[in-house]
Design a protein around this ligand. Structure first.
Ligand SMILES: *[C@@H]1O[C@H](CO)[C@@H](O)[C@H](O)[C@H]1NC(C)=O
Ligand SMILES: *[C@@H]1O[C@H](CO)[C@@H](O)[C@H](O)[C@H]1NC(C)=O
Ligand SMILES: *[C@@H]1O[C@H](CO)[C@@H](O)[C@H](O)[C@H]1NC(C)=O
Length: 494
């Protein structure tokens, strides 16, 4: 009896790893799980999609040599022998986890967005200047472009932790005039600039863009764990209609999630200094991140350029995305939002002045229930356009909505964001009038075109440069608004 007992009930711990360390874990009762082993080690404990795991063994009769048959014999669940857990998915400071690690906001960086750059330290930035050397430029205009780059270099920190520059010129072909080289200094770049020749030929902007794309694509992160901003800077007398903001952005946005990118185009070289101000703000002496911004959203619902139902939906969702993304909404020093739809200027239901105190959710609701206007204009189409055309509406908003009586704040940056199809009946006329309006205001104007059928020329006519036009092709395309969103917080120097 006693022998039998022994033969039947000699127990073996079947560990999850090996049958050789039988009983090494000191199990004592049949069909009882042993202690959990210690967790496998994590290479990172935050900002990681990695998992750790542990397992435990089972006490089995010694003639059952594998876990499966023992689990079955004991009538247990094999899943109970193994457990896993996240190593630590946290990204700090509003960072978000992607497969590549934490994507940090603002000036945070590091594996878990746990480090922050000093306020005036430059974010590492790769800039490629794409200069027009074609026959559409005169020698003087070309020299202006070189002078601009020179001025840029004078104003920024150049080096591996700050700005690194490359210069491409294009005419019939595109040529790399200055390679990306982390060891370049201000001095060496200025010397190389002197050697760049004007070589007139046909205007193949695309070749310049293509070359810029390939240069930027091989540039790597320069500060560990911190994205490197990549900026392509196209200088030309006017980027053709075939090169939209999207395409320009695409060359500066590599496939990885780390890079914010901004593309500036300048239609008039006289605007260069404005762009310069915006580009160097990250490295200037006394600068502060700011979000004190009054944003007025203007929905163009004129009969002339009325959006289709689909466009309307995209437009509303686009605006909701923008509002939803405002980090400092209604903070004392944050953003305020006003909304109006025109025509129907006097319908209070369709207007929200900057003095409104609605919460973000209420604003989002307001946007969602906005609908096309009733056609209040009963005259001929021409009459209606005259009574309320896009330029007179914009003028009206600029003159009134940003004033203190409507809730505008004196020291706030003022932004007007127009949503429109851009299908104006006389774009030339709109462009002329807008140029004049912009000349007399400090309100920054941007626009959003919803859908694939918008008129780019019309949209461009409202704003000072093509990079201020944001086309959202469809509802799933809201990422194209990222660049716009970035403009509602800014770094001001003074
Ligand atoms: C448990 O973690 C180790 C170490 O990370 C890994 O090699 C192993 O594949 C994991 N086991 C399972 C079943 O996933
Ligand atoms: C458009 O406006 C311009 C400038 O005001 C004018 O010269 C032109 O005749 C207009 N075109 C049409 C088709 O009305
Ligand atoms: C808009 O209306 C104003 C005032 O009636 C007029 O002077 C202007 O020419 C119109 N502009 C367009 C683009 O129709």
């Amino acid at each position: 009896m006693r022998k039998m007992y022994l033969r039947f009930f000699v127990l073996a711990c079947i560990s999850s790893h090996s049958l050789l360390d039988v009983c090494a874990q000191g199990c004592f009762a049949r069909c009882e799980w042993s202690e959990w082993e210690s967790w496998t080690t994590c290479s990172q404990t935050c900002g990681s999609t990695e998992k750790k795991n542990t397992s435990r063994g089972l006490c089995c009769p010694s003639d059952l040599t594998d876990l499966e048959s023992c689990v079955e014999y004991c009538n247990l669940d094999i899943a109970d022998h193994y457990d896993e857990a996240d190593c630590g998915r946290e990204c700090y400071n509003d960072g978000t986890l992607s497969s590549a690690g934490c994507v940090c906001t603002n000036r945070f960086y590091g594996m878990c967005c746990d480090k922050r750059l000093d306020i005036c330290e430059a974010i590492p930035t790769d800039v490629v200047f794409i200069l027009d050397s074609s026959l559409s430029q005169t020698q003087t205009e070309f020299q202006k472009q070189l002078d601009f780059v020179g001025k840029f270099v004078d104003n920024v920190d150049v080096g591996p932790t700050a700005f690194v520059l490359s210069i491409i010129t294009y005419s019939s072909t595109a040529v790399v005039e200055i390679e990306f080289d982390d060891s370049n200094s201000k001095q060496s770049i200025k010397e190389q600039l002197l050697g760049i020749q004007f070589r007139p030929g046909a205007t193949y902007t695309n070749k310049g863009l293509e070359l810029a794309r390939s240069l930027l694509s091989v540039r790597m992160e320069r500060r560990p764990g911190m994205y490197t901003k990549k900026i392509a800077f196209v200088l030309t007398d006017g980027v053709g209609p075939e090169v939209s903001h999207r395409e320009l952005n695409a060359i500066a946005s590599p496939a990885d999630d780390y890079s914010l990118s901004y593309v500036y185009t300048v239609e008039s070289f006289d605007a260069l200094h404005t762009v310069l101000e915006r580009l160097i703000d990250v490295s200037c002496e006394k600068c502060q991140p700011k979000s004190l911004t009054d944003i007025f959203l203007l929905v163009d619902d004129l009969p002339d350029s009325r959006m289709t139902v689909t466009e309307w939906q995209i437009a509303v969702n686009g605006l909701a995305t923008i509002v939803d993304g405002l980090q400092a909404f209604n903070d004392e020093n944050g953003q305020r939002v006003g909304i109006a739809q025109f025509p129907d200027t006097n319908d209070p239901i369709k207007q929200l002045s900057l003095s409104n105190t609605l919460r973000k959710d209420d604003i989002l609701h307001f946007l969602q229930v906005m609908a096309h206007s009733e056609d209040t204009c009963r005259g001929t189409k021409d009459d209606c356009v005259l009574k309320s055309n896009i330029t007179s509406i914009i003028q009206n908003v600029i003159d009134n909505q940003f004033t203190s009586s409507f809730g505008g704040r004196d020291d706030a940056r003022k932004v007007l964001l127009v949503v429109s199809s851009g299908r104006f009946s006389n774009i030339t006329e709109v462009a002329e009038q807008m140029r004049n309006i912009r000349l007399h205001t400090d309100v920054d104007i941007f626009d959003i075109g919803p859908g694939g059928d918008v008129d780019m020329r019309g949209l461009k006519s409202l704003v000072s440069e093509p990079s201020r036009v944001f086309v959202v092709k469809e509802d799933s395309d809201m990422a194209s608004l990222d660049g716009l969103q970035a403009k509602f917080s800014y770094i001001a120097c003074g």
